[in-house]
Design a protein around this ligand. Structure first.
Ligand code: SAH
Ligand code: SF4
Length: 368
């Protein structure tokens, strides 16, 4: 059975052509799947009955199964989705006044082992398929529509999800071949039709793949910086040992030649006593001086055994102000969905037990 969620629009057209069907039929089916969120080929009422019957024998629409569905006090909603073999991934819906953002996962686990990340602690399980990545958006739209969420943009006829951020579990650029077809599906007018500015990919800095993304499917880019020097970043974001800051900054500048936005977002998780001191501010200002960027300061979301603590609120504010004074746009990320562990870096996706008990042995990095 061909899972239609695995086929980006061009691949769907190809699949139809191989079956001797006209291209406009592929576009019709594409709209049924990604704009009307049909789960059943039989429901595609404007397709001739024989075509529906032959399609139903060869294809299906299959998103990952939902293992858990939790809604936080602030409206943030998290779906725990089955990735097989006891693995699970998470997708998080974040409603705001004028938009609905979905944070999606690209891998079950992650191999890059950033020191402060609970997904990294889990290790790498496997890459998600295109269908599993697209399925997160398909499922969220379908469910939120069924639940009549009453958001103003939905009442105006738009889909519940207006923005997608690849900031869930996994390193999207380490799963490039499945992520790019998913991105194209998000952007295609016969599918989700999102503008490139409303789709953001966050990477820990896989430099060669940043270049490929620029060439093949540029969307808004967020880069997990977290440290202003190679010495510190080597420890916090180990991929830095392979792709150090100078090459990362150069890749960001190259990316901006084709990017839908004229800045890169640098994410900077605020770790008490680790990367939040005055010398870090000065080094950060010097580092990003030549890269058009916005700095997004993320309060560290603690998890048991992480070995890190969240910077005090006042220090985060001072850090942001100092950046602003140097002419760098800096924002402090609001934490959402805390009560359901839906916040950044807390997505652990464990079906049974979270990793809590195995973590205590890790040596804390906090140097004070
Ligand atoms: N792998 C990609 C995208 C997923 S992580 C990346 O690293 O960019 C999304 C963001 O959450 C990244 O900026 C990541 O560094 C950050 N993050 C990870 N663990 C966190 C934690 N415990 N608290 C706050 N942010 C965290
Ligand atoms: Fe992987 Fe991103 Fe977590 Fe690093 S922060 S371990 S790259 S998911």
């Amino acid at each position: 059975m061909q899972n239609l969620l695995d086929l980006e629009p061009a691949a769907l057209a190809h699949w139809f052509a191989e079956r001797g069907e006209k291209p406009f039929r592929a576009r019709q089916v594409c709209r049924w799947v990604h704009q009307r969120f049909a789960a059943d080929i039989g429901a595609m009422s404007d397709l001739a009955k024989p075509l529906r019957a032959s399609l139903a024998g060869a294809a299906e629409i299959r998103a990952p199964a939902v293992l858990r569905d939790t809604t936080a006090a602030d409206g943030t909603r998290k779906w725990l989705l089955d990735a097989g073999n006891g693995n699970a991934v998470e997708a998080v819906y974040i409603p705001e006044d004028d938009r609905g953002t979905l944070c999606i996962s690209s891998q079950a686990g992650c191999a890059l082992d950033c020191a402060f990340c609970s997904t990294g602690r889990q290790g790498f399980n496997r890459n998600l398929t295109t269908g599993e990545i697209v399925g997160q958006l398909w499922h969220a739209n379908r469910t939120l529509l069924q639940d009549n969420i009453g958001a103003p943009w939905v009442q105006a006829g738009r889909a519940p999800i207006t923005n997608v951020v690849m900031m869930g579990m996994g390193e999207p650029l380490a799963n490039f071949d499945n992520v790019v077809p998913a991105l194209r599906t998000f952007l295609d007018d016969n599918a989700y039709g999102l503008s490139r500015r409303r789709v953001t990919l966050s990477t820990s800095g896989l430099v060669p793949w940043i270049d490929r993304l620029r060439d093949e499917c540029p969307v808004a880019l967020a880069v997990s910086l977290h440290a202003p020097s190679d010495a510190l970043r080597d420890r916090l974001v180990p991929i830095n040992r392979k792709h150090p800051l100078a090459s990362l900054m150069a890749a960001c500048v190259r990316y901006l030649e084709r990017a839908p936005r004229d800045f890169v977002t640098f994410e900077y998780v605020m770790l008490d006593g680790v990367n939040d001191q005055p010398e870090h501010i000065a080094a950060l200002i010097a580092l990003v001086r030549d890269v058009p960027c916005k700095l997004n300061l993320i309060p560290f979301n603690p998890f048991p055994g992480s070995g890190f603590a969240t910077s005090p609120r006042e220090r985060v504010r001072r850090f942001a102000n100092a950046l602003q004074d140097a002419g760098i746009v800096a924002t402090i990320r609001k934490t959402r969905g805390d009560d359901i562990d839906a916040a950044c870096g807390q997505l652990a996706g464990q079906v049974h037990d979270r990793t809590k008990h195995r973590l205590a042995a890790r040596i804390p990095l906090v140097a004070r």
